[in-house]
Design a protein. Structure first.
Length: 150
């Protein structure tokens, strides 16, 4: 007589989720601070963002009022943390571009020009990303932007 054993379906293991989350946080802060430094607000519509003084005396910084928008989705780790792959946008522009892919591509082409083709090529390159090197680079770039703001 044959015994049948119930086997759980294979579940994907999430590797380095803390590391990825930390890189996402660093990257997002860098992109949004860069937008404030370069444009003063949204990189698409130019809507200016300013620090807001809350009733409790805390300051809500301008960069936190922006969102990070990726050209090539975050599932593509090759360019997930590539500074050419993201822009700091207001919520309205981010939502609009997410729902209008042709406008999204046009915006990316206007902003990057021929660099967009290089970004696409990098997204399909073989090999793995070095998350440690990316973390060091983002920390360095973030310090550069922070130093300019103050």
């Amino acid at each position: 007589m044959t015994k049948f054993v119930m086997v759980k379906p294979y579940a994907k293991r999430k590797k380095n989720t803390k590391e990825v989350k930390k890189l996402d946080e660093l990257f997002s802060e860098y992109i949004r601070r860069r937008a404030i430094k370069v444009i003063g607000g949204c990189e698409r519509c130019g809507l200016q963002k300013y620090d807001i003084l809350k009733d409790n005396g805390e300051v809500y910084p301008a960069w936190k009022q922006l969102q990070t928008s990726h050209i090539i989705g975050r599932t593509t780790h090759k360019v997930r943390w590539d500074e050419d792959n993201a822009f700091g946008l207001c919520a309205g522009c981010h939502m609009y571009l997410e729902h209008h892919p042709i406008a999204h591509e046009k915006f990316a082409r206007e902003m990057l020009g021929d660099k967009l083709d290089l970004l696409v090529a990098r997204s399909t390159a073989k090999g793995k990303v070095d998350k440690g090197a990316i973390k060091l680079y983002l920390q360095y770039r973030l310090k550069e932007v922070e130093n300019v703001e103050t």
